[in-house]
Structures are given as structure tokens and as C-alpha cells.
Design a binder for this molecule. Structure first.
Ligand code: BJW
Ligand code: ZN
Length: 248
């Protein structure tokens, strides 16, 4: 790859900013081999739109279908490793005085790459809780053709993720809003920016005077508002940016 060009203004902004926040989406994990949400689906799940599976209504209608989709995704995650973009974000946390990483992803790859200060707005796919009483399950029986049940109340188990129409974890969301509002530089990386309330964080940052940086191979609804649009893959651009800013 030819070394990408980054403007002096962006490099200077990264040198000077004391408070930086970044919001990531499924695109940061694409180069680790994971599918994004709004990519056309292939194979086993091609006939279902993810939006139609990630909802309490879908789980009510067909709990087994939704459980199997998540079980398949957990299985697919087994061999998956973070990519250069995840590692570069962990490096930003080490380099910058105050850096908050806000992710919509449930795959856990940011922590695997070494990021410590991660706000998981949509939960984590590896955790499972009861859909009735909320008790977390560490391990569970998988009866054939049935959704596993809670040992406490007998309710169906479900993934500890946030579905459409459900509220985000309050503490994480409040901390994310505060980090966005107080940031001088805000990155939106690998997200289509259409799912609320995560999508509004960039606007909250901008309204308080932050400069916006977007990294995405495709323009999004946010693109016209950003100060720096880095068009391309985050697994390539983020490590190159870190090298450009902190060149030995
Ligand atoms: C690359 C790349 C590479 C590719 N490098 N980039 C206000 C207005 C309108 C609607 C609402 C509103 N407030 C709430 C709503 C309703 C709803 C919503 O936002 N709907 C919109 C779709 C219109 N939001 C909610 O229901 C939320 N709850 C809530 O707000 O509660 C209060 C409330 C409830 C009801 C009414 C009002 C208020 C909850 C949202 C939960 C979202 N959950 C999911 C599933 C999580 C579990 C799971 O993983 O299965 O979260 S849906 C899915 O979308 C997932 C993602 O985190 C999320 C965002 O997707 P993301 O990450 O942006 O992925 P993609 O695929 O869309 O984009 C990938 C991008 O990467 C693309 O741009 C590519 O170009 C790019 N890319 N390769 C960099 N290599
Ligand atoms: Zn229960």
C-alpha cells in the first residue's frame, strides 16, 4: 500500500488535543474477517436481515432462530483476532492524555487488542443472561432444538446485547456522552452512523466544538459534517496515522 497522506492540520490536532474520543462500529472488525451489519448477507443467514433478528420482537416470535444466530456468531468469533485498526486504537489510548473508546461492537476485539478504557454501548456477545429475571449464566446446557433456560426461573437465556427498542446501559451511555461533549477531537470509525443514540455522539461532540474525523471506505450521513474524512479501511489508515503522528 502507498503510504496515505494525512494533512498537517490533522497531525497537529492529534498532537495538541488533550481529550480525544472515538466511536467504532462493525467496519473496524471487517478486516478481522467479521461481517458488517448492513453488508449483503451470504450463506446460512442470507434470508434474514440482521435488523430483523436483533430485536425483542424477533426473539419473542422465534427464540430458537435468534439464539442460533448468536450461537453461530459466537462460534465464528473463535478464531478471530484483532486487526491493525484495533491495535492502533489501543496505541492511541497509551499515547494520549485522555482517550475514551466507545464501541457499538459486541465482539470484544478492542479489549483483546489491549484497549482498557472501552465503553461497550451494545453489550457483549460472549455474555448471556436470562430474558425474564436478568440472571447472568456462565455456562449452560444446550438441549437439541431448544433454547437454553435459566437455572433460577426457567426463562429463556438470551445474549447480553442491546436490541432495537431496548435501552443502552445507562452508565456506559452517560460516560460516552460526557466523553463526546468534552472531547477536542472525535473519531467516527467504521460505522454507518444510522443507529441511535450512538450516531448522535459525533453531533454532541461537534456542538461543543470538537473537530470530527471520520474513517470509512464509504461516505456516510456524517461525512458532510466532518473536518477530516479519511476514506479507506481503518485497519490500514489507523496504524498509518499513528505512525505519521508519532514518527520516530
Ligand atoms: C469499514 C470497513 C473497514 C466496512 N474499515 N470501515 C432516534 C431516531 C430514530 C430512531 C431511533 C432514535 N432513537 C432510537 C431509535 C430506534 C433505534 C434506531 O436507531 N433505529 C435506526 C435504525 C433508525 N435505536 C434503538 O432502538 C436503540 N435503543 C434506544 O435508543 O432506546 C431508547 C428508545 C427505544 C425506542 C424508541 C426510542 C428510544 C438500540 C439500538 C441497538 C442496536 N443494536 C444492534 C445489534 C447489537 C447486537 C448484535 O451485534 O447483534 O447494534 S443493531 C446493529 O447496528 C448493531 C450495531 O452496533 C449497530 C450499528 O451498526 P454499525 O456498526 O454502524 O454497522 P454497519 O454495518 O451499519 O456499518 C458498517 C460501516 O463500516 C459501513 O459504513 C461500512 O462502509 C464501513 N466499513 N469495511 C472501516 N475495513
Ligand atoms: Zn431467570
Amino acid at each position: 500500500m502507498i503510504a496515505p497522506y494525512f494533512s498537517e492540520a490533522l497531525i497537529q490536532a492529534l498532537h495538541e488535543s488533550k481529550r480525544v474520543a472515538a466511536l467504532t462500529g462493525a467496519g473496524v472488525s471487517q478486516e478481522s474477517g467479521l461481517r458488517t451489519f448492513r453488508d449483503p448477507q451470504t450463506g446460512l443467514w442470507a434470508q434474514h436481515k440482521p435488523e430483523d433478528l436483533a430485536s425483542p420482537e424477533a426473539f419473542c416470535r422465534d427464540p430458537k432462530l435468534v439464539w442460533d444466530w448468536y450461537a453461530w456468531r459466537r462460534e465464528a468469533l473463535k478464531g478471530v483476532r484483532p486487526n491493525g485498526g484495533h491495535y492502533a486504537l489501543a496505541e492511541l489510548e497509551r499515547r494520549l492524555p485522555a482517550f475514551t473508546l466507545i464501541t457499538q461492537n459486541v465482539d470484544g476485539l478492542h479489549r483483546m487488542a489491549g484497549s482498557q478504557n472501552v465503553l461497550e454501548l451494545h453489550g457483549n456477545i460472549q455474555r448471556v443472561r436470562c430474558s425474564i429475571c436478568g440472571t447472568f449464566a456462565e455456562d449452560w446446557q444446550e438441549p437439541e432444538n431448544e433454547v437454553p433456560r435459566c437455572e433460577v426461573c426457567g426463562g429463556f437465556l438470551r445474549p447480553h446485547v442491546v436490541w432495537f427498542g431496548e435501552t443502552l446501559p445507562r452508565a456506559e451511555l452517560e460516560t460516552a456522552v460526557e466523553a463526546a461533549r468534552s472531547s477536542e477531537l472525535f473519531f467516527s470509525i467504521g460505522t454507518s452512523g444510522i443507529v441511535q443514540p450512538a450516531a448522535s455522539l459525533a453531533y454532541a461532540a461537534r456542538n461543543r466544538g470538537a473537530k470530527l474525523v471520520e474513517i470509512n471506505p464509504e461516505p456516510t450521513p456524517l461525512t458532510p459534517k466532518v473536518d477530516f474524512f479519511l476514506q479507506g479501511k481503518s485497519g490500514e489508515l489507523l496504524p498509518a496515522l499513528v505512525r505519521a503522528v508519532w514518527a520516530a
